[in-house]
Design a binder for this molecule. Structure first.
Ligand code: OOG
Ligand code: MG
Length: 254
């Protein structure tokens, strides 16, 4: 029997070396709790290498995303400083297995937020919001996984880029989103696709992270992809624009 620590080492190595692995659930009947334990252990390995926890990502908060991957539960993962990419900069494709990009809304926390909270309480803990993109890169072959697999794999999170921060005291419940590749629109959506209102994703994040002490001031929370994720190809420039919030972009280099 493979131990949780061994699974953590396998998925950590796969992420570090950009080498795809078979789904864990093909050989082991993992449950969701064990999967989060593997995620925590694999991220501990990164922290031991000097990475810092700087926030969390929520996943599968829109129907478009649930349908794309065939999993219909909201999931979460951890963001580290090493995963952050420079806005307008480039990512190195060789460091990923099969990267995809998602348009996201980012929250910057100004206060602790943990456990069961209302939408109003969640909003009052937010310092700023920004347009963002997440790079997801399932470590599993062909991007195929069951719920425990993807959770163990830090919910596919591999990188993220954040645009300019804006005040949170504006209506961001239904803002238009366009994802363009080399100037050509490839995905169109709305922030309303995220659980009806992105603030609900922050409410879910506060509850999901209660076991690790909740969300902390200065943390970034990604609300989840509002559209299906788009595969990245070498040489592309990808830009996401959220109505009223502006653009965020990145290029795909070798
Ligand atoms: C799982 C991660 C989903 C999102 O924003 O919904 C996610 C995956 O699609 O591989 O990050
Ligand atoms: Mg995402």
């Amino acid at each position: 029997m493979t131990s949780l620590a061994e699974f953590a080492q396998i998925v950590d190595e796969a992420a570090r070396t950009a080498a795809a692995i078979p789904q864990f659930t093909e050989s082991a009947p993992l449950d969701v709790e064990e999967a989060y334990a593997i995620q925590a252990l694999s991220m501990e390995r990164r922290f031991a290498r000097g990475e810092r926890l700087i926030g969390v990502k929520m996943g599968l908060t829109s129907r478009a995303k649930m349908i794309q991957v065939g999993v219909d539960e909201v999931i979460w993962g951890r963001l580290t400083d090493a995963m952050r990419l420079e806005e307008g900069g480039s990512l190195s494709k060789a460091r990923y297995v099969h990267p995809r990009i998602e348009p996201e809304l980012a929250f910057l926390m100004k206060r602790d937020l943990s456990g069961v909270v209302t939408a109003a309480e969640a909003l009052s803990a937010v310092e700023a919001i920004a347009p963002a993109m997440e790079i997801i890169d399932s470590r599993y072959r062909d991007f195929k996984f069951a719920l425990p697999d993807v959770i163990a794999d830090n919910s596919s999170s591999s990188g993220f880029v954040v645009g300019n921060w804006a005040r949170p005291d504006q209506d961001f419940s239904n803002l238009g989103i366009v994802v363009e590749v080399d100037g050509r629109p490839v995905q169109i959506g709305s922030t309303a696709a995220i659980l009806g209102h992105p603030i609900r994703s922050l409410v879910a994040a506060a509850r999901a992270t209660a076991g690790i002490g909740g969300l902390k001031p200065g943390w970034i929370v990604l609300a989840g992809g509002a559209t299906a994720a788009h595969p990245l190809k070498l040489g592309q420039n990808v830009r996401t624009t959220i109505q009223n919030l502006g653009p965020v972009s990145i290029s795909v280099a070798e």
